[in-house]
Ligand binder design. Structure first.
Ligand code: PXP
Length: 243
């Protein structure tokens, strides 16, 4: 089965524009859940620019579906994760000035730090996924560190501007997914996926989970959140011919 994780950071971004209570993040997450989201994703950044610590605890309590907390290895964020105990943590690199996550983890370089953080999270009963570029060596290092899944960075594919470069990037993602699956690691994909570019990735065998935020929240402005989620859920279904 293909799973859809809906990232609700951008609902919180709108709320933080006025630093008030609306739009209600938990209500939005529950609407996504009722509309077919298989998990809810939220990124607690070190600068707390959108998701707040209190949101993490509220999401954990309110959701019936899996809660996937995206985060970098920062002491205050680790502390919140260990207290809130989301179902999954997706470890990502984080730069303060970036608009959104720009690249995958350098697992090969940061093996020691990642192993320590992964051990602590797993000891608390939390599954740990790593956000990595579509590079086999990074996937191999993720296995060595104890990750249960990798999320392959689809940003370069989404950003490709020509048919040729898009094809090359799609092929990289497909190979990375295959590399992970052959080594018994769950393969997730995410970043920059939208209503136009997701279908191609959905044809790849082995992708278990799609984590998508910006496109869904943007589309919701025009069609409403339930329809935006349902449409994406239909798109990630693998076409029958290539099953
Ligand atoms: N996966 C990861 C690891 C991310 O950092 C993000 C962005 O927060 C997403 C998925 C979702 O990306 P987008 O908002 O472009 O769909």
């Amino acid at each position: 089965m293909r799973l859809l994780g809906v990232n609700v950071d951008h609902v919180a971004t709108v709320r933080q524009a006025r630093r008030g209570q609306t739009p209600d993040l938990i209500q939005a997450a529950l609407v996504c859940e009722r509309s077919g989201a298989d998990s809810i994703v939220a990124h607690l950044r070190e600068d707390r620019r959108h998701i707040q610590d209190a949101d993490v605890f509220k999401l954990k309590t309110a959701l019936k579906v899996k809660f996937n907390l995206e985060m970098a290895i920062h002491p205050s964020v680790i502390k919140t994760a260990l207290e809130a105990r989301p179902h999954t943590v997706t470890l990502v690199p984080e730069r303060r000035r970036e608009r959104t996550t720009e690249s995958g983890l350098d697992v090969v370089r940061d093996r020691r730090r990642l192993t320590v953080a992964t051990d602590r999270l797993r000891a608390a009963g939390i599954e740990v996924s790593y956000f990595v570029d579509a590079v086999p060596a990074q996937i191999d290092a993720a296995i060595a560190c104890g990750a249960h899944a990798v999320e392959i960075h689809t940003g370069p594919y989404a950003a490709a501007r020509t048919a040729v470069s898009q094809k090359i990037e799609a092929l990289r993602v497909e190979r990375a997914v295959r590399h992970a699956v052959l080594r018994k690691l769950q393969a997730h994909v995410g970043h920059g996926l939208d209503y136009k570019n997701t279908a191609r990735i959905a044809r790849f065998a082995g992708v278990e989970e799609f984590n998508i935020g910006f496109a869904i929240v943007s589309e919701a402005l025009f069609v409403g959140l339930p329809d935006a989620v349902r449409r994406m859920k239909r798109l990630i279904r693998r076409p029958a011919a290539s099953r």
